[in-house]
Design a binder for this molecule. Structure first.
Ligand code: NAP
Length: 280
C-alpha cells in the first residue's frame, strides 16, 4: 500500500487563489491588507525568509512594509518600532523575523506585538488563548500542519500523537493544537529517555527537532501519519523519509509538505486580521 502524500505545496497554492480574491474585494472596499515585516541584522537565512513572505504578499495583492534594523539594535529600539506598527491603523499583521541578535530580549519584543496584529502567533497571550481553545492566531507552522492534515479529512481525535521538539514557535503550540483536536499527546525533547520506544507507539508523529533525519524509519509504526516540519540545506527534514510511503498511511514530503503551509498560514491570518478590522 502506498501512503497518502500530504501535498502542502498544492494546498498553499490553491489557498493563495482564494486569498487573492478576498484581498481584491477588501481593496475595493477601501481596506488594503498589510503585513509589516521586521528584520534585525543581516542573517542570510532570515533575509531569505522575509523576502519569501513579502513575495507571497505581492502575489496575492497584499501590501507589505519592510522594516530593516541594524544588527546592533537594542531591545528598547525594537520595542519602539513595534509600538509604531501597533499604532498604525493601516497595518494588520506584524512579523518579527526570528531569531533576533543575541543582545535583544526576543520574548519581550514578541510580547509587545498587539494581540490583534499577532498574525504569526508568537505572543504569550496568543499562545495562552490558543491553548485554551479561544479565538487566536496560531503559530504559523503548527497551524499550517493542522490545516494540511484536516484538508485530507484525517481525523486526529483519539490518536496517539508524539511531537518531537518543544520550541515556543513549533513543538509546544503543535502539542496544544493536537490536544485541542482530542489527540493524546506526548512531547519529546532533548532530555527524553527512550525516545525510540515512544515514537514506535505513535499513530501520528511530528518531527520538529532541527537535526537532519534524526527520526529513523525503523522507529515509525506501520500506518502512522508522519509529519516532518524540519528543513535542512541538504533538502531533507528531521525524519528519514526514504521509503516512508511503504510504512506510513500518510506523510508530508520534504520539500513541498509543511514548508509552504507556514507562509500561507501567515498570509491567511493577515487577511483574517484585515477582515476583522473591516468589521470594527
Ligand atoms: P529549535 O528551537 O532548535 O527546537 C528544537 C527542539 O528539538 C527543542 O525542543 C529540543 O529540545 C529538541 N531536540 C534537540 N535535540 C534533540 C534530541 N537529540 N532528542 C530529542 N529532542 C531534541 O527548533 P525549531 O525552531 O522548533 O525547528 C525545528 C525544525 O523545524 C527545524 O528543522 C527547522 O528548520 C524546522 N522549521 C521549519 C519551519 C517551516 O516553515 N517549515 C518553521 C520553523 C522551523 P530542548 O527543548 O530540550 O532543547
Amino acid at each position: 500500500m502506498n501512503a497518502l502524500l500530504l501535498d502542502g505545496k498544492k494546498l498553499a497554492s490553491d489557498s493563495e487563489i482564494d486569498i487573492k480574491n478576498q484581498v481584491e474585494s477588501l481593496v475595493k472596499s477601501g481596506i488594503y491588507p498589510t503585513l509589516a515585516t521586521i528584520l534585525v541584522g543581516s542573517d542570510p537565512a532570515s533575509e531569505t525568509y522575509v523576502k519569501m513572505k513579502r513575495n507571497t504578499c505581492a502575489r496575492v495583492g497584499m501590501k507589505s512594509i519592510a522594516v530593516e534594523l541594524s544588527g546592533s539594535t537594542t531591545t528598547e529600539e525594537l520595542i519602539k518600532q513595534i509600538d509604531i506598527l501597533n499604532n498604525d491603523r493601516n497595518v494588520h499583521g506584524i512579523l518579527l523575523q526570528h531569531p533576533v541578535p543575541d543582545q535583544i530580549d526576543e520574548r519581550a519584543c514578541f510580547n509587545k506585538i498587539a494581540i490583534n496584529k499577532d498574525v504569526d502567533g508568537v505572543t504569550c497571550l496568543g499562545f495562552g488563548n490558543m491553548a485554551m481553545g479561544l479565538d487566536a492566531y496560531g503559530s504559523c507552522t503548527p497551524a499550517g500542519i493542522i490545516r494540511l492534515i484536516e484538508s485530507y479529512n484525517i481525523d486526529i481525535e483519539g490518536l496517539n500523537a508524539v511531537v518531537v521538539g518543544r520550541s515556543p514557535i513549533l513543538g509546544k503550540p503543535m502539542a496544544m493544537m493536537l490536544l485541542n483536536k482530542n489527540a493524546t499527546v506526548t512531547i519529546c525533547h532533548s532530555r527524553t529517555k527512550n525516545i525510540e520506544s515512544i515514537i514506535k507507539n505513535a499513530d501520528l508523529i511530528v518531527g520538529a527537532v532541527g537535526i537532519p533525519k534524526f527520526i529513523k524509519k525503523n522507529w515509525i509504526k506501520e500506518n502512522s501519519i508522519v509529519i516532518d516540519a524540519g528543513y535542512h540545506p541538504e533538502k531533507c527534514g528531521d525524519i528519514d523519509l526514504e521509503g516512508i510511503e511503504k510504512i506510513a498511511s500518510a506523510f508530508t514530503p520534504v520539500p513541498g509538505g509543511v514548508g509552504p503551509m507556514t507562509i500561507n498560514t501567515l498570509i491567511l491570518q493577515t487577511l483574517q486580521s484585515a477582515l476583522k478590522s473591516a468589521k470594527d
